[in-house]
Design a protein around this ligand. Structure first.
Ligand SMILES: Nc1nc2c(ncn2[C@@H]2O[C@H](COP(=O)(O)OP(=O)(O)OP(=O)(O)O)[C@@H](O)[C@H]2O)c(=O)[nH]1
Ligand SMILES: [Mg+2]
Length: 393
């Protein structure tokens, strides 16, 4: 069952597993490596759709230099998409990328079913997975940020309900009932957002106090970071015996879990938190900033990599990009190549060659964990020693 939020956008109600057609744009000059980029991205969209409870019944990839400003894939392909949607009796279309409100509306008009984008899909998954009040609050803030610029479409529909058609410029200068309702909707959402922001700020302050207390106690903190589904929670469990939720879905973890443990005779806290993904919607980065700052306030990062993922190198680059964005790019990191029990040995070899200091482990079988603990202890000694000479602790 798709999340309530996506269903709210008009997808056939009661559809147990809504059927989706995926659509992507590939630059026409993409060949070899870069074309594989689109392939990876589409494979990921498939996994996101699956995580969100959708059944993928068709895919359409359009080659063009850049997305069509009006219909994303161009009007010719849009007709083709409409046929595909009808033929497979799909309930919705999911575009790989972020659609402008206009593109979504235009495409929707041609295909006759709701058209959503990758950002909406990720927001929907976050909404389903958020457990804590802070997590739920952050998701709702991100949803409002996404919804606000897109209210116009609904406004038009509303204006029709209200009896006044606003198409064709007939309503210029006249505030029809639809437009007024739209204004009310906007104001309600903005007011809700500012209330949520105030609550979020209070929760962030509380979290900051806890973090200060921890650092006063001289207990260094290690943050687990990495791409979604890399095995971060599994590694936390393996290192500390914490019962963190691990699941073969994307974004299983949204709320930070903190545990104390020991490595190389040194006590430290280990924090598991939200995973990253390529083109993480900026609304989410903004809303989850305080959660993500849990990472930037730590002494060391344990960057978990799924060595069995075909795009492991790309995932490492993405994680570094997001870390940079949240001001954690300068922190020391220990790279952990996970899932070596299932990764093809030559992939692990290639990764080890590129990252000679990385530890190779399986959070599942426990292989390499003792060595990781040792490496972690050594790094912690170095990190905390250099921090104390710098007068930081
Ligand atoms: N084969 C194998 N599977 C693993 C290993 N570590 C984790 N997994 C599986 O990979 C999936 C994701 O693991 P999680 O620990 O939930 O991953 P995560 O990084 O916390 O994911 P999110 O919280 O969703 O971002 C689960 O199905 C785990 O059982 C490993 O070393 N080997
Ligand atoms: Mg997790």
């Amino acid at each position: 069952m798709a999340g309530k939020w996506l269903l709210g956008s008009g997808i056939r109600d009661g559809a147990e597993q809504p059927k989706a057609v995926l659509v992507a744009v590939r630059r026409s000059d993409e060949t070899g490596e870069s074309a594989r980029g689109t392939g990876t991205s589409l494979a990921e969209l498939r996994r996101l759709a699956d995580t969100d409870g959708l059944s993928v019944v068709g895919e359409l990839v359009q080659s063009r230099d850049r997305p069509d400003p009006a219909t994303f894939i161009g009007s010719g392909r849009a007709e083709e998409l409409a046929e595909l949607v009808a033929g497979r009796t799909a309930d919705l279309v999911v575009a790989d990328g972020e659609l402008t409100p206009g593109q979504a509306r235009n495409l929707q008009e041609v295909v006759g079913v709701p058209v959503v984008d990758r950002t909406a899909l990720i927001l929907d998954i976050f909404a389903e997975h958020a457990r804590s009040s802070e997590g739920r609050l952050q998701v709702e803030l991100a949803q409002i940020a996404y919804q606000l610029p897109r209210l116009r479409g609904e406004g038009r529909a509303l204006s029709r309900v209200g009896g006044g058609r606003m198409a064709g410029g007939a309503g210029i200068g006249v505030r029809g009932p639809g437009e007024m309702r739209l204004e009310v909707q906007r104001r309600t959402l903005r007011r809700r957002a500012s209330r949520l922001r105030a609550e979020a700020a209070e929760l962030a302050r509380r979290r900051e106090r806890v973090r200060r207390r921890r650092s006063r106690n001289q207990v260094p903190s290690v943050a687990i970071t990495g791409y979604t589904n890399a095995g971060k929670s599994a590694l936390l469990n393996r290192l500390t015996g914490a019962g963190a939720l691990t699941e073969d879905v994307l974004f299983a973890t949204l709320d930070p879990t903190v545990r104390r443990t020991v490595a190389g005779g040194r006590e430290f806290t280990l924090t598991d938190t939200v995973g990253f993904v390529r083109n993480l919607p900026h609304q989410l980065v903004d809303a989850f900033r305080s959660t993500l700052e849990e990472v930037s306030g730590s002494d060391l990062m344990l960057h978990v990599v799924d060595a069995s993922a075909p795009d492991a190198f790309g995932q490492i680059t993405t994680v570094h990009g997001v870390l940079h964005e949240i001001g954690a790019g300068h922190l020391p990191e220990l790279l952990v190549l996970n899932k070596i029990d299932v990764a093809p040995p030559e992939w692990v070899t290639a990764l080890r060659r590129a990252y000679p200091d990385a530890s190779a482990v399986s959070a599942l079988t426990g292989e390499g964990i003792a060595e990781l603990r040792e490496a972690l202890g050594a790094r912690l000694h170095r990190v905390t020693a250099s921090a104390s000479t710098a007068g930081l602790r």
